[in-house]
Design a protein around this ligand. Structure first.
Ligand code: ADP
Ligand code: MG
Length: 697
C-alpha cells in the first residue's frame, strides 16, 4: 500500500516521511514509543501533580480572551465533567480550529499549584476525532496513547505527536486488516513457552498500544529477547566459521622445556590467576584450532607477562610472534622490558614503529622477512603492507579497546592466520563483553600480584592545592615519584595543550623550582616522549607532568603518587586506567583527584573511585552513567544500537539468549533441523545484513 493513501497521511506528509526512510505503512512496525500518555476522564484530572495526560470530549463553549495577554479557552465536556483548556496564540485562528460541538482528544499537562485546588492546566497537543470514534474505535479503546520520536531531519514540530500516534495506529490496522498474520513469529514455540515470552505479533502490538502499563514491559522484554537472541546467533555463527575456516597452528613442542626456560628468566611467581589463564591459552595453542581469545584483567594484574609466555611458546615452536600496542610510547616500553627479560634466552626482539630512520627500518624489515627476528613489537605499523613476515604464528593485541574496530580483519587481509590473543584492561561489564566481544573466548585474570597495597584515592578541590603540594614534597623526599595529569582528552585540543604547558612551566619554575620536573604530551614525537619517560623511569625526574598519553600500559613501579587535575572531565573508567599507573610497586600509593566546580552529580561519580579499586565495579557504574556506546567511545557502532534492549537492565536476557543461541548453532550450525526453520527464516529475512557488524577486534 502506498503511504499517501494511509488515513491521516496524504501526499505532502508521505513525501516528508520518505525523507526519514518511511515509505510504506510497514515501516511503522519498527517504531517503538518513547513514552506513553494515560487517558483519563475529566473528573480524574489530578489537582496537585505534574502530569501529562490525555482527555477527550466535546467542545461546549469557546471563551475569547478579555485582555490581549489572556488565553483563548476551550471548554471540553465528557460524561464526568468539564475542563477549561487555555490556548495562547491568535484567537482568530483558534476559533477556526475549534468549533462548538466538535470532538477532540487533548494532551494536557497539569502543574503543581499548592495554593489552589483547581488544577493548573497547560495545553500540549490536540487531535480532532469523530464523535463516534470517542467510544467505538480501537484507537480510543486503549488506556494509553504512545508518543513517538521522529529521527533526523524531521523536526518534532513538523508532525504533531497525537496525529503521528494515530497514523501509526492506522498503519497497524490497515496492515493487519489485509493480513492478520502479517507480523510473523520469529522465535520457536518451545522458547516462547520456556521463557514465558509473548508472541511477536502480540508484543509488537502491545508495546505500541498497551492496554495497561504492565503490557509495555512485558512486550519490551520479548522484543529485547529477540534482538539479543539474533545478535548472539550471529556471534555464534561467526565463531563457528572462524573455527572452521582454516586450521590453526599446533604449537605442540615440549611444553615442560619451554616452561623451564621461561621460569629461568622470571623474577616472580605467577599468580594463581595468571597460571589459570596461561593454561587456557596453552590448550588453545596446542590444539589445531585457531585461537581467538580475549584476555581481560584489571590494570596492573600482570597481563604482559602472560603475553610474553604465550609468545615464547610460539617462538620455541619455530614461529614468529608479534606484539601490537596502541601507542609508540607503550611499544617502546614493552620493547625495552621484554628484550631485557628474554636476553638470556637468545631470542631476537625488534621494535617497529613509525618515524624510524629509513636505513634502520629497512634493516629491521629485512630481519623480519628472513626470520632472523623472532619477536616484533610495535604499533599498528606492524601490519602495514611493507611488512613481510617469514612465518608469523602468534599475534598479541595489547589494550585492544584503544584500537577500535577491524584489527582482526586486517590480519586476514594480510593472508595470515595466526593465533590471536587480544588483551584489554578496560574491565568490561559482563553483559557488554558477551555482546561486544561475543565471538571471542574469554580468559579473566581476577587477582592482583600479592605484593600490592591498594591505592588510596581522595577527592579534593582547587583550594586544597597548598596541602597537596606539600604532600608531593613529602613523598618525593621519601624517594617516591609523582605523576601530575592534565586533561587533554582530545590530543588535538590546542587550548588544553596550551594550559597544560603553562601549568607545567608554573610547576617547574614557581612551585617546585628545586625539584626535577618533566613533561610528556601527545603532540611530542614518540622518541621525545620515550626519552622523557625513560628519564622518569631511571629516577632522573621527580615529577612527570603528563596528559593522558600515559594512560595505557606505562609501568614505572617507583611512581606512587598521581595527581589528576580537573578530574571531573574524565570518564570513570579512564580515571581508573590512569590511576593504574600507580600502585605497581611495594609502596603505599596515592591518587588525588582534584576537581574544579564540582557539581553534585560529578562528585557522586568521583566518589565511586574513592570507594573502590575494583575495575569491574567501576566499569559497571560507568556504563550505567554513560551508556554502553559512550563507554566504548563507539557511539556509531551499529552493534550496540538496540531498540528495545537496555544492557544495564537486561543482563539476564543477554545471558539466556546467548546460551540458547550458542547451543543451537553448536548442534545445528546450518539451521537445517525442522525445529529451527523459523529461526532460519527470520534470520535470513531480518538479521543477515548485520553479520558484518561483528567484524571487530
Ligand atoms: P597490566 O595487566 O596492567 O598490563 P603489567 O603486565 O604491566 O600489568 O604488570 C604490572 C606490574 O606487575 C609489572 O611491573 C609486572 O612486572 C608486575 N607483575 C606481573 N605479574 C606479577 C606477579 N605474579 N608477581 C609480582 N609482580 C608481577
Ligand atoms: Mg598492560
Amino acid at each position: 500500500m502506498d503511504l499517501k493513501f494511509l488515513k491521516g497521511v496524504g501526499e505532502k506528509r508521505a513525501e516528508a516521511f520518505s525523507k526519514i526512510g518511511i515509505n510504506s505503512p510497514e515501516d511503522f512496525l519498527n517504531f517503538i514509543p518513547r513514552a506513553y500518555l494515560k487517558k483519563i476522564s475529566i473528573r480524574e484530572i489530578p489537582a496537585n501533580l505534574n502530569e501529562n495526560v490525555i482527555v477527550s470530549g466535546k467542545v461546549i463553549d469557546l471563551e475569547h480572551p478579555r485582555k490581549s495577554n489572556h488565553p483563548y479557552r476551550i471548554i471540553l465536556k465528557d460524561n464526568t465533567g468539564t475542563v477549561s483548556i487555555p490556548l495562547f496564540g491568535a484567537s482568530e485562528f483558534r476559533s477556526r480550529q475549534f468549533r462548538l460541538n466538535d470532538s477532540f482528544i487533548f494532551w494536557i499537562k497539569t502543574d503543581r499549584d499548592n495554593f489552589s485546588s483547581v488544577p493548573k492546566i497547560s495545553y500540549r497537543d490536540h487531535l480532532k476525532i469523530n464523535e463516534s470514534e470517542i467510544n467505538d474505535t480501537e484507537f480510543m479503546k486503549f488506556r494509553l496513547i504512545p508518543v513517538y520520536e521522529l529521527s533526523g531531519i524531521l523536526k518534532k514540530t513538523w508532525i504533531k505527536p497525537l496525529l503521528l500516534s494515530k497514523i501509526v495506529f492506522n498503519a497497524f490496522s490497515a496492515l493487519l486488516r489485509s493480513n492478520p498474520d502479517y507480523i510473523e513469529e520469529t522465535l520457536p514455540e518451545d522458547i516462547l513457552k520456556r521463557y514465558k515470552l509473548s508472541g511477536k505479533k502480540e508484543a509488537v502490538l502491545r508495546i505500541n498500544f498497551p492496554v495497561e502499563f504492565p503490557d509495555i514491559e512485558f512486550s519490551r522484554k520479548r522484543l529485547s529477547f529477540e534482538e539479543l537472541f539474533y545478535l548472539e546467533l550471529i556471534l555464534a555463527l561467526k565463531k563457528k566459521s572462524l573455527q572452521n575456516e582454516k586450521k590453526g597452528i599446533k604449537f605442540d613442542n615440549d611444553i615442560h622445556a619451554i616452561t623451564e626456560k621461561f621460569k629461568s628468566v622470571l623474577q616472580f611467581e605467577l599468580t594463581a590467576s595468571q597460571k589459570k589463564v596461561m593454561n587456557e591459552i596453552y590448550l588453545d595453542m596446542k590444539s589445531d584450532k585457531c585461537m581467538n581469545r580475549l584476555l581481560q584483567g584489571d590494570v596492573g594484574s600482570g597481563k604482559t607477562i602472560v603475553a610474553v609466555f604465550s609468545m615464547l611458546i610460539a617462538i620455541e615452536n619455530g614461529y614468529q610472534a608479534a606484539f601490537m600496542c596502541p601507542t609508540e610510547m607503550l611499544a617502546g616500553q614493552h620493547f625495552r622490558t621484554i628484550s631485557e627479560l628474554l636476553k638470556p634466552l637468545d631470542i631476537k626482539v625488534e621494535l617497529l614503529v613509525g618515524g624510524q630512520k629509513k636505513k634502520i627500518r629497512e634493516g629491521i624489515l629485512a630481519d623480519i622477512r628472513s626470520g632472523k627476528t623472532d619477536l616484533i613489537i610495535g604499533t599498528h605499523a606492524l601490519f602495514q603492507e611493507s611488512v613481510e613476515y617469514r612465518n608469523i604464528g602468534f599475534v598479541v593485541i595489547d589494550e585492544q579497546h584503544k584500537f577500535g574496530v577491524m584489527q582482526r580483519a586486517k590480519l586476514k587481509e594480510k593472508g595470515i592466520n595466526p593465533d590471536v590473543l587480544v588483551m584489554t584492561a578496560t574491565p568490561i561489564p559482563r553483559t557488554l563483553s558477551m555482546t561486544y566481544y561475543g565471538d571471542l573466548d574469554v580468559s579473566v585474570i581476577d587477582e592482583l600480584p600479592k605484593n600490592r597495597i591498594p591505592v588510596i584515592t581522595a577527592l579534593r578541590s582547587e583550594s586544597d592545592k597548598p596541602g597537596i603540594n606539600s604532600f608531593i614534597r613529602k613523598e618525593i623526599k621519601k624517594g617516591r615519584q609523582v605523576y601530575i595529569i592534565f586533561p587533554i582528552i582530545d590530543e588535538s585540543e590546542k587550548l588544553d595543550l596550551k594550559s597544560a604547558e603553562e601549568n607545567f612551566s608554573i610547576l617547574k619554575r614557581q612551585v617546585f623550582p628545586d625539584l626535577k620536573v618533566g613533561m610528556v604530551h601527545g603532540r611530542m614525537l614518540w622518541y621525545e616522549k620515550d626519552e622523557e619517560t625513560e628519564k622518569f623511569r631511571k629516577g632522573e625526574l621527580d615529577i612527570l607532568v603528563s596528559t593522558t598519553v600515559i594512560e595505557v600500559g606505562i609501568d614505572i613501579p617507583n611512581a606512587s603518587v598521581m595527581i589528576i587535575e580537573e578530574a571531573q572531565r574524565f570518564g570513570l573508567s579512564q580515571l581508573h586506567q590512569l590511576r593504574g599507573r600507580v600502585g605497581r610497586g611495594a609502596d603505599q600509593s596515592y591518587c588525588i583527584l582534584v576537581a574544579k566546580d564540582l557539581s553534585e552529580d560529578s562528585s557522586r561519580r568521583l566518589e565511586i573511585l574513592c570507594k573502590t579499586n575494583d575495575g569491574f565495579k567501576i566499569a559497571e557504574a560507568d556504563m550505567a552513567i554513560r551508556g554502553p556506546g559512550e563507554f566504548f567511545g563507539i557511539r556509531q557502532s551499529g552493534m550496540l544500537n538496540f531498540s528495545c534492549t537496555d544492557l544495564n537492565k537486561d543482563r539476564d536476557i543477554v545471558e539466556t539468549a546467548r546460551e540458547i543461541a550458542f547451543k543451537i548453532i553448536d548442534e545445528d550450525p546450518q539451521l537445517r533441523k525442522k525445529e529451527h526453520i523459523r529461526i532460519k527464516k527470520a534470520f535470513l529475512k531480518n538479521y543477515k545484513d548485520s553479520l558484518y557488524l561483528t567484524d571487530i577486534a
